[in-house]
Design a binder for this molecule. Structure first.
Ligand SMILES: NC(=O)C[C@H](N)C(=O)O
Length: 342
């Protein structure tokens, strides 16, 4: 069950039946961070509560009945599978409540795309689910968090956002969690899908979608049930003279699958592939080849039959998908079919 939610609009004494009910799940990140001066935009510290984030944007109470839940309060590099599984459970429960209109997650941007993709694959609802963050801390001049939060709540309270999967909102743009990635480590304009594009834009804080809802090809759903953790899947980065011993080290430390962030469209050295083949013969663990390049398709030119390829999924998204497939006890043939569809 979802823990007790706190109502965050101080000036709201009772629920306004004309406004949508939106729940905000706080997890931390820059949006929940403070610097020591208003010009500091690096090395700030996370720790602003979800209540304080909502209080900082009283206009939220004009567009929704907001309640909040603090799920974690960490930089997104420290989000782990416990947080992911809790979020999926809470949002499934929240959106299953008839009075709920939609859910919002506030999150650090560094791994936002992983949580967004995880929720896209595990939350079963027609209702809007929106994830947002910020590139500047809450104390900065021109902090981007407050407007990102306002737009996210607005979107979660809109009917047009239904049936579109999990949506990513930053910098006026609406993207699909399936395809959106963080492209720049520092700039505000960092979340987009270069090839697949954006779903919509905010004009004067009103969401405008370019198209009616559509669903990514072969999008799977996984139910996380009562799971308390996700299977270990490691990502190995490709480069010249990549060290094949890392494949064995990964398996020795408990990996149940490996994603290769390969060179080009998923390539790996011949000597490395020979080691991977031997490890595969010994363990049978799935090995999925993705790419270290920013965009593109991995598939079609594997040297060995044990190799699977990630299609359009980047390594961090392929990892989430493989973890969920392993959690649901998919066999290797089913895993191969799953990735062949991506
Ligand atoms: N912009 C951010 O949110 C970065 C932050 N380090 C994070 O938690 O991901």
């Amino acid at each position: 069950a979802v823990p007790q939610l706190s109502t965050s609009c101080k000036r709201q004494t009772h629920q306004n039946g004309n406004l949508p009910n939106v729940t905000i799940f706080g997890t931390g990140g820059t949006i929940a961070s403070k610097g020591t001066t208003n010009t500091q935009t690096t090395n700030y510290k996370v720790g602003v509560t979800i209540e304080a984030l909502v209080e900082a944007v009283p206009e939220l109470c004009d567009i929704s009945n907001v309640s909040g839940l603090q799920v974690s309060n960490v930089d997104s590099g420290s989000i782990n599978s416990t947080v992911l599984l809790n979020l999926a459970r809470y949002i499934n429960a929240d959106t299953a409540t008839p009075s709920s209109h939609g859910s919002v997650v506030t999150h650090g941007t560094d791994t936002l795309e992983e949580t967004a993709f995880f929720l896209d694959l595990t939350v079963k609802t027609h209702k809007p689910v929106v994830i947002t963050g910020a590139m500047r801390p809450s104390t900065a001049i021109s902090a981007d968090g407050p407007l990102n939060l306002y737009q996210s709540v607005k979107l979660a309270g809109s009917d047009e956002a239904r049936d579109r999967g999990v949506l990513v909102v930053l910098n006026d743009r609406i993207g699909s969690a399936y395809t959106t990635t963080k492209n720049n480590a520092n700039s505000l304009d960092t979340f987009y899908a270069t090839e697949q594009g954006q779903l919509g834009f905010f004009i004067n804080q009103v969401p405008k979608f370019y198209s009616t809802p559509s669903t990514p090809r072969n999008k799977p759903h996984f139910s996380t049930g009562e799971a308390e953790s996700l299977p270990q899947v490691d990502i190995l980065y490709g480069y010249q003279d990549a060290n094949p011993a890392l494949i064995e080290a990964s398996v020795r430390s408990g990996a149940r699958g490996i994603i290769f962030a390969g060179v080009g469209a998923g390539g790996w050295s011949k000597s490395g592939l020979d080691v991977a083949q031997r490890v595969y013969n010994e363990t049978g663990i799935p090995m999925v080849f993705s790419r270290r390049t920013e965009d593109g398709f991995s598939g079609g030119d594997s040297i060995y039959s044990f190799q699977m390829t990630s299609g359009f999924l980047n390594p961090q998204k392929a990892r989430i998908m493989l973890q969920l497939a392993l959690l649901e006890n998919y066999g290797n043939e089913k895993i191969r079919d799953l990735f062949d569809g991506q």
